[in-house]
Design a protein. Structure first.
Length: 517
């Protein structure tokens, strides 16, 4: 069964059908919500089927499909390894929650709104499942369109400015990546990603290709200093838009580093580690300090996302299995925790229609159940042991420590600052005396809101207590990446030990099953 094609085409067809629902506006909206929720739940079941049938022991791409469309330059080629699997699962897990979160808050153009989310789900899965270079690019850039529409149509007061800024930042960086892809195909003679993973580009070419891809992935994550589009996009986006933006779309940048930069350009990755680490360390400290002075809850969480994604880049360029696996866990954890925090902001925003922290205070007195969930996700964001946040950050620090003690010292400073701004946020919102009469009338969580928060709470605790369930699928592909990087590091280590020796070309990395040299 071509399950990956089904997972891409099903939400596309359902989204298209939503645009042609006949009848009155109210009936169309109700039917659109039901169809969207049903489709996303089916997608989650298909994701579970992927997980159950996946073989964790191999780094080879599984569930492969290949239909040549414009051979040899473009094919409908799909397949997943363990890294793709866990990110697809994150996507299909969060999407039904986004639909539920929008159930009552979105009242205009509901069918179009739900269609945009279904289109986004198809494109997100396409990004993580594509094994053709240009198919990946189409899916990667296509995801800009539905998010642009979601922010621009259903966003806040300054939604037009935020949507244009989001679109232009992310598009401009990707133009360089497209040029790099065209060069890669002209040299390697193929668009097949598994083949390119073992192709050896010249060192000079690797440097320019790495920088071209970096221009796109750094903006998408986003890394400092090209992060300024993110706070505006989060503040103006509807709640569900912020959830999927922080939960999945930011992870495409990290996925790009893992899929392309590290294994395809290993020499350049080793040579330019200083650039990534330098930007990441600045981001951890700077954006944490900026988060401390925010007065808008969404903007504070947005800046915290930049700091957390800096942990990802530090781990990825630690060049050992522990650090890279930790980075992937941080991506998964951040997708869950940041999404949950935006949902928590959405819950109180629906009641008070403001995100200003000063307007709250004493919320725990009238919404004790909400305060418990908010506290859990705050602690997970801080990295409390027993939650998903601790596992990934601890693994990244252990792995990065093998490369640089100073870098770990600086990112530990970011953890302390993270605890400061998250606990400061929680204290100002949940604790204290109620000073705003509107807060006294706020009702605790509804059944629908429980349905959005409980699954994420279970996943956060599950990942914190039994992380191997999420780490096992990524071990084999991470080992393949580390082997490629080790071969690139070997000549440099020879020169360091004896500068009078000429570098000897590293032996080619072992060819894993399902790939060709």
């Amino acid at each position: 069964m071509p399950i990956l094609s089904i997972m891409i085409l099903l939400p596309l067809l359902a989204g298209a059908a939503l645009l042609f629902i006949p009848g009155e506006e109210g009936a169309r909206a109700a039917l659109a919500r039901t169809i969207a929720l049903g489709t996303t739940l089916v997608m989650f079941v298909l994701g579970l089927i992927l997980w159950i049938g996946f073989d964790n022991s191999t780094a080879a791409f599984q569930y492969q499909e290949n239909v040549p469309l414009f051979a040899p330059y473009f094919s409908w080629a799909l397949g997943i390894d363990g890294i793709s699997l866990v990110l697809i699962m994150l996507s299909v897990f969060l999407m039904p929650i986004c639909i539920l979160a929008s159930w009552e808050s979105i009242k205009t153009r509901v069918p179009e709104y739900m269609a945009a989310f279904l289109l986004m789900e198809a494109l997100m899965i396409g990004v993580f499942a594509a094994t053709d270079l240009f198919l990946f690019y189409v899916m990667f850039e296509g995801g800009l369109i539905p998010m642009y529409l979601i922010i621009g149509i259903w966003g806040g007061v300054e939604r037009i400015y935020a949507s244009y800024k989001f679109f232009l930042y992310t598009l401009l960086g990707s133009v360089l990546m497209l040029l790099a892809m065209m060069y890669m195909v002209s040299v390697a003679g193929t668009t097949d990603i598994p083949t390119l993973l073992t192709y050896d580009f010249s060192e000079t070419a690797q440097t320019w290709l790495w920088l071209a891809f970096f221009a796109s992935f750094a903006v998408k994550m986003p890394m400092w200093p090209v992060h300024t589009w993110l706070p505006d996009a989060h503040v103006q986006a509807p709640t569900a838009g912020s959830v999927i933006l922080a939960g999945v779309l930011l992870k495409m940048g990290g996925y790009g580093f893992i899929r392309f930069s590290l294994p395809m350009f290993p020499d350049a990755s080793v040579d330019l580690t200083w650039l990534v680490w330098g930007l990441s360390m600045v981001a951890v400290v700077y954006t944490s300090l900026v988060a401390l002075v925010q007065t808008d809850m969404k903007k504070l969480i947005a800046y915290s996302s930049v700091a957390h994604m800096a942990f990802v880049t530090v781990g990825l360029f630690g060049f050992n299995a522990q650090a890279i696996e930790g980075s992937i866990v941080v991506m998964l954890s951040h997708g869950l925790v940041s999404g949950a925090l935006f949902l928590c902001v959405g819950v109180v925003y629906d009641r008070l229609h403001t995100r200003e922290i000063a307007k709250y205070g004493g919320v725990a007195n009238v919404m004790p159940r909400y305060a418990i969930f908010f506290l859990l996700f705050t602690m997970a964001g801080v990295g409390l042991p027993g939650t998903s946040g601790f596992v990934g950050e601890f693994m990244v620090m252990l792995g990065a420590f093998q490369a640089s003690t100073w870098a770990v010292f600086i990112i530990c400073t970011g953890i302390i600052l993270g605890a400061a701004y998250m606990l400061y946020l929680y204290r100002r919102v949940a604790f204290g005396v109620i000073t705003n009469d509107a807060v006294r009338t706020m009702k605790d969580l509804s059944l629908r809101e429980y349905a959005t928060l409980v699954p994420i709470a279970i996943a956060v605790l599950w990942m914190g207590i039994a992380p191997n369930i999420f780490i096992d699928p990524v071990r084999a592909p991470v080992e393949r990446i580390v082997a490629r990087l080790a071969a690139a590091q070997a000549p440099q280590q020879v020169v360091t030990m004896n500068p009078n020796l000429r570098p000897v070309a590293a032996a080619p990395a072992p060819i894993s099953e399902g790939t060709a040299h």
